[in-house]
Ligand binder design. Structure first.
Ligand code: AP5
Length: 222
């Protein structure tokens, strides 16, 4: 096996709770969290080549081109930290071409976690979401409010977190999700993501603990 840690994909609609769950999964399993949204936002802020190409699409709520993002992800997965600790892909693959590119590169995950949340809940989540630029922690002004006034004062809101843009993002999600999920039926774990985040987390980690044990047996057994 290329990597010794768990190799995971988490998928779901915009604001289904991927980033929220990833904070916990990363800590518990020691994997490297790779959010393509965060990577692209960092590239835009740094005004790199990738960032310049991605900026317009991201601001409109559209997907950036497969060519751009596939190269970025493959390069990142080949870094030593991912090879040693395992990885958690968040927001990738988002199209069939991206899933095919992973398979063609021989990159195989141990589990595909899918967060299922009805569309009507997602808009409220998007418009209330805030991020702490100092810690990267995700909040929601109603469902997961900041712990102090000091934190509340520094929270930021994403430019694509408007009702109008989330509708565009949801369209892209629905257009692609079926063809991606069909690539991972053998490792799919579907969770109802409209439950309390701690309940969602418990269901995911119960499953991943089992996947991790199997992986351990497999590695030890060769
Ligand atoms: P990306 O950053 O990946 O955005 P996304 O998929 O739309 O996902 P979000 O980050 O919006 O939501 P999330 O599921 O992480 O939810 P969160 O935990 O924050 O991508 C942004 C853009 O980058 C794309 O539009 C595209 O342009 C580009 N891009 C990225 N990857 C790409 C790719 N592979 N190909 C092409 N383009 C790509 O939670 C949301 C809110 O809900 C928070 O406020 C949270 O506190 C709250 N919440 C979470 N869980 C719960 C719960 N159980 N109950 C109540 N509230 C909850």
């Amino acid at each position: 096996r290329g990597s010794t840690g768990l190799k995971l994909i988490i998928a779901g609609a915009p604001a289904s709770g991927k980033g929220t769950q990833c904070e916990i999964i990363r800590e518990r399993y020691g994997v490297v969290h790779l959010s393509t949204g965060d990577m692209l936002r960092a590239a835009v802020a740094a005004e790199s080549d990738v960032g310049m190409k991605a900026k317009q699409c991201m601001e409109a709520g559209e997907l950036v081109s497969d060519n751009i993002i596939i190269g970025v992800v493959k390069e990142r997965l080949a870094q030593p930290d991912c090879m040693q600790k395992g990885w958690l892909l968040d927001g990738f693959p988002r199209t069939r071409a991206q899933a095919d590119a992973l398979a063609a590169a021989g990159i195989k995950a141990d589990a595909f976690v899918f967060l299922d949340v009805p569309d009507e809940d997602l808009i409220a989540r998007v418009v209330g979401r805030r991020t702490d630029p100092e810690t990267g922690k995700i909040y929601h002004m109603t469902f997961s409010p900041p712990e102090s006034e000091e934190i509340a004062a520094r929270l930021t809101q994403r430019a694509d977190d408007t009702e109008e843009k989330v509708k565009v993002r949801l369209e892209a999600f629905h257009a692609n999700v079926g063809s991606i999920a069909s690539c991972y039926t053998d490792i799919m774990f579907q969770v109802k993501g409209d439950q309390n985040k701690h309940v969602v987390c418990k269901q995911i980690t119960d499953h991943l603990d089992v996947v991790g044990k199997f992986q351990c047996v497999f590695v030890l057994g060769g």
